[in-house]
Design a protein around this ligand. Structure first.
Ligand SMILES: O=C(O)CCC(=O)C(=O)O
Length: 285
């Protein structure tokens, strides 16, 4: 996987890697040791206290009663300022503007912790493509010539083959389909090896999955999902963060929460309404 310093990580380099290249790129040292340590202590505290929250692509672990060896922490924006800093990191925001359009939003920010001996996931692709194993539920002709998703993984522990660094098959984002048993995923995959505080940016249409943790240490990461303005977000972030958070949110955070894109709305209920869209004289409500 290509690895860049923050200064080298231009929006063009990210677009090229995610759309036309392997589908993933690593940015080294984007977050400080203090930010990693703060994020990690929040994640550990919340996941020690609560072993079972909603998770994904862990059907086999559920069958084997091993779900408690992987833990998700949701609603991170409400759990510490450091998670807003991660979501709004300028190198990431600039890349997302180029990749998903200037009005892009955030669909989810959560942690994935895999405990020692914890399970990996089923190879998959990410929201909103994550149920593309039922292709009849998607528009005819859907393809990945333009993206409906971008993911950022921020490791809080070393991501190595031993600890369960995310596996991915380079170039598969161009196929846009859900991987199946005949795709030999585990024979073909590479790993997203990285250090705490790095950021791995990838197009979630690239086949990937968390891998089993075969080490004696925890393996946690922050997973951020970004979407174009018109895709319905996966987490109801606006409702989850609450009024006080929204009141003090920066302009970038307001955009990430979807507050600057006014749809859907009750168009029958806008008082004093006039022309709201079009090139000429449009005033949105
Ligand atoms: O934690 C990881 O390595 C990847 C998680 C992932 O792909 C997911 O939950 O969709």
């Amino acid at each position: 996987m290509q690895s860049l310093s923050p200064a080298e990580c231009t929006p063009q380099a990210v677009v090229e890697a995610l759309l036309h290249g392997p589908g993933a790129i690593r940015v080294r040292g984007l977050f400080s040791p203090a930010q990693v340590s703060e994020a990690r202590s929040v994640v550990m505290a919340h996941s020690d206290a609560r072993a079972q929250t909603v998770t994904h692509f862990q059907g086999q672990a559920a069958q084997e009663a091993r779900l408690h060896l992987q833990r998700r922490v949701w609603n991170l924006l409400a759990k510490g300022e450091v998670f807003s800093q991660m979501a709004e990191q300028p190198v990431i925001v600039a890349a997302m503007r180029a990749f998903l359009g200037e009005d892009f939003v955030m669909g989810s920010i959560a942690a994935n912790r895999i405990l020692p001996d914890g399970p990996g996931q089923e190879p998959h692709i990410d929201y909103p493509y994550w149920d593309l194993h039922a292709p009849q539920t998607f528009p005819v002709g859907i393809n990945s010539s333009f993206p409906l998703n971008a993911q950022v993984t921020i490791p809080l522990d070393p991501f190595t083959a031993q600890t369960g660094a995310t596996a991915f098959v380079p170039g598969t984002q161009r196929e846009l389909r859900y991987p199946g048993p005949d795709d030999r995923f585990f024979e073909r995959c590479e790993r997203m090896e990285a250090d705490p505080g790095d950021a791995i940016l990838f197009f979630g249409a690239t086949w990937h999955c968390a891998m089993p943790n075969r080490s004696s240490m925890d393996r946690s990461a922050i997973l951020i999902q970004y979407l174009p303005k018109f895709v319905k977000p996966m987490e109801d972030l606006r409702a989850m963060v609450g009024e006080a958070f929204v009141k003090r949110a920066s302009p970038t955070m307001r955009q990430l929460l979807g507050l600057t894109y006014p749809y859907p709305q009750n168009l029958d209920d806008v008082t004093g309404a006039a022309n709201t869209e079009g090139r000429v004289n449009a005033a949105r409500y």
